[in-house]
Design a protein around this ligand. Structure first.
Ligand SMILES: [Cu+2]
Length: 477
């Protein structure tokens, strides 16, 4: 029906198209306005309003970079610059990143998209951007010195290529790389499939994050850039627990988690309560015959992995790196194990010299989580995070998958802690403890116990390591 409304709508569309065409002519010479973000919270997924449709990802404590269409080319503008990143509440780091944040914004495109990346360098030294994992012309690969000139401070370079294969990718500098990555320069890239792909299932929620390591001394703000292996902060998207947002899903959702490792060691990533399959690696979607269920997948240095599972168990499920020192925050190194060591006498002597001295970890390290020892300003608590049952004694690469039956589809808000049905929480046994049975015989069989050293008739003196047990009746804290 060609009524007035339709006519106006048609006219509007034509006017819009003309305007877009004339804008883009000017824009060919102009840079797209860079989008900046300074908040460290998880942004809502960015639904595409131009270009081909796709199901957008959710970047943990991050966001997706908006683009503009210019004659069929998707244009993005990355600005490499110094940033201040809140890594956890009360703990800010002075880093380098992109568009106001470390990591930089996530780039989302569709298989077959022509992509133009403007990269402006506002750092005090030269840089470049390598598009980790992409098929592209050699001169767009971003290896300064090898495939392009360095981008000097103050200059803008343009990268242009077609996103040829769908999958999970990263970007990072390939110039003064050790320093620039130690300072936090990196970002995530997702290429969505153009159409229904036999190896890429649609999912209800698609989370992404990068793994990073930093070496920031307690009380300071800037990472040590010459550290090679001995990092003291292990992060998801430059956040450390309890600063990492939880992944909030609806019971029955099919969930995909994509992660990339830009640290200097591997991370066995572990999910509680569910089994997942690895559906994608650096090379894209994996053949179905190569998939098996597991609850931990190791992500090696420079690798990307995507895992998928059905979130069908309600609750608050831990999701973390299984290297236990990666789920702790900055602490002094070279701390001897003090568990079971009676050092009360030593403390008395030290306290005469250093009045505030306090020995760490006589009963394990859990004391640290509840201790009110003053920390230097701008220090992340080593083990923290308050849960519904007390301190979690976690830090670093740790977050929670929250599965709720009443979480609305598409709602990413953080629900309250899980309310466990009565009778489903571990509880204290209060009956009498029977005496523990003890084995009464010594070694025998293939390895008989030796009672004296070789070539000696003297009886061997028994040796026992001296330990101090907690006083009886001790209940923890
Ligand atoms: Cu780890």
């Amino acid at each position: 029906m060609n009524d007035r409304r339709n006519f106006l709508r048609g006219a509007g569309a034509i006017t819009g198209a003309v305007a877009a065409a004339s804008v883009s002519k000017v824009a060919m010479a102009a840079l797209p306005e860079p989008t900046l973000r300074t908040k460290p919270d998880t942004a809502a997924p960015l639904a595409p309003d131009t270009g081909r449709p796709y199901n957008p990802v959710v970047t943990l404590n991050g966001w997706t970079l908006p683009w503009r269409m210019n004659n069929g080319v998707k244009e993005f503008h990355l600005v490499a610059e110094p940033v201040v990143r809140e890594m956890a509440p009360g703990f800010k780091a002075h880093l380098w990143g992109y568009n106001g944040q470390s990591p930089g914004p996530t780039i989302e495109v569709v298989e077959g998209d022509r992509v133009r990346m403007f990269v402006t360098n506002k750092l005090p030294e030269h840089t470049s951007v390598h598009w980790h994992g992409q098929r592209l012309p050699n001169g767009m690969d971003g290896v300064a010195g090898l495939t392009q000139k360095h981008i000097p401070p103050g200059k803008t370079f343009v990268y242009e290529f077609t996103a040829r294969r769908p999958g999970t990718f990263m970007y990072h500098p390939h110039a003064d790389e050790m320093v620039q990555m130690a300072m936090g320069m990196m970002g995530f890239w997702v290429t969505h499939p153009r159409e229904r792909h036999p190896l890429i299932d649609p999912v209800d929620r698609d989370f992404v994050f990068l793994m990073q390591s930093f070496d920031i001394e307690p009380g300071s703000f800037t990472p040590k850039i010459m550290t090679m292996l001995d990092f003291n902060l292990f992060a998801f998207n430059t956040r450390i627990f309890p600063g990492i947002d939880s992944m909030n899903v609806r019971k029955g959702d099919k969930v995909r988690i994509r992660m990339g490792n830009l640290t200097m060691t591997n991370h066995p990533i572990h999910l509680h309560g569910h089994e997942f399959v690895v559906t994608g690696t650096d090379g894209g979607p994996t053949p179905k015959s190569t998939r098996w269920h597991e609850v931990t997948t190791d992500v090696a240095v420079g690798q990307m992995r995507q895992v998928e599972f059905l979130a069908d168990e309600e609750g608050d499920w831990a999701f973390h790196c299984h290297k236990s020192h990666h789920t702790m925050n900055a602490m002094g190194h070279d701390v001897p194990t003090m568990i079971g060591v009676d050092h009360r006498k030593v403390v008395k002597e030290i306290t005469n010299l250093v009045p505030d001295y306090m020995v760490m970890g006589e009963r394990g390290m859990a004391d640290m989580a509840e201790m009110t020892m003053p920390l230097p300003d701008n220090t992340a608590p080593m083990m923290s995070g308050d849960g519904p049952f007390g301190a979690l004694e976690m830090g670093g690469m740790f977050t929670v998958l929250k599965v709720r039956r009443d979480q609305k589809p598409g709602d990413y808000r953080n629900p309250e802690w899980f309310k466990h049905p009565p009778g489903t929480v571990a509880y204290e046994f209060t009956g009498n403890l029977p005496a523990a049975p003890r084995a009464s015989h010594s070694g025998s069989g293939s390895m008989p116990a030796r009672t004296a050293p070789n070539n000696s008739s003297a009886p061997r003196k028994p040796v026992e390591v001296q330990i101090r047990k907690p006083p009886s009746g001790h209940s923890g804290h």
